[in-house]
Design a protein around this ligand. Structure first.
Ligand code: 5GP
Length: 120
């Protein structure tokens, strides 16, 4: 696992160096729309703590952080009106996972049929 590098774009958003349109914020979590949406609804959810990816988060985050994170995912899906129509939550990790930003995040995607889970 690489060490956390706080020069990544989400760390800059958390520091307020780069603006974002906040969808939800709590002591442990921040959510905002993806700058390059891949679906009508595309929201990113990130922990405020410094975790590289989902494995790092699962291994090191506190129970309070983990609970806050997944409750936020559920709340956002409900607030965005995605629960009835369905949606997808993606966590890319590492090179094979296609992770571009090395700060753990999930993508919440919805608003249209999303097609196959993976195309290669
Ligand atoms: P990953 O590929 O790491 O799972 O996803 C990173 C996501 O961050 C991409 O979907 C990309 O569009 C999004 N992104 C990159 N830079 C910015 C930014 O400055 N602001 C926001 N809101 N999203 C960004």
């Amino acid at each position: 696992m690489p060490l956390y590098d706080d020069s990544n774009i989400f760390a800059k958003i958390l520091r307020g160096d780069i603006p974002c349109q906040k969808v939800l914020e709590g002591p442990h979590v921040l959510a905002f729309p993806d700058l390059y949406p891949k679906a009508p609804t595309h929201i990113l959810v990130i922990p405020k703590g410094a975790y590289v990816d989902i494995a790092d988060f699962g291994a090191r985050a506190s129970e309070a952080e983990i609970t806050a994170f997944w409750r936020a995912v559920a709340d956002i899906a409900a607030q965005a009106g995605l629960k009835d129509s369905g949606f997808r939550v993606i966590a890319n990790a590492g090179a094979n996972g296609g992770q571009e930003v090395p700060h753990f995040h999930v993508h919440i995607l919805g608003g249209c049929p999303l097609g196959p889970m993976v195309s290669r």
